[in-house]
Design a binder for this molecule. Sequence first.
Ligand SMILES: [Zn+2]
Length: 70
Amino acid sequence: MAASAIQLSTFGALPCAQCGTELQRPAWSEPVNERQVRHLWNCRDCGYVFETMVFFCTEADAVSAPPLAA
Ligand SMILES: [Zn+2]
């Protein structure tokens, strides 16, 4: 199964998309705007580099979001 170069993720540890090694923290993070942060991950085991985008929710989003379960 091919892994996407860009994945959605919450901040925190996540497995390397190539070898599955758990990465504890991104090698680099930079804000895209006030609601988005880009994390660059670099796996020490296999050298795979990929990035994730984190989207922060505002209170307005939380209020307007539909309920998860009926
Ligand atoms: Zn890896």
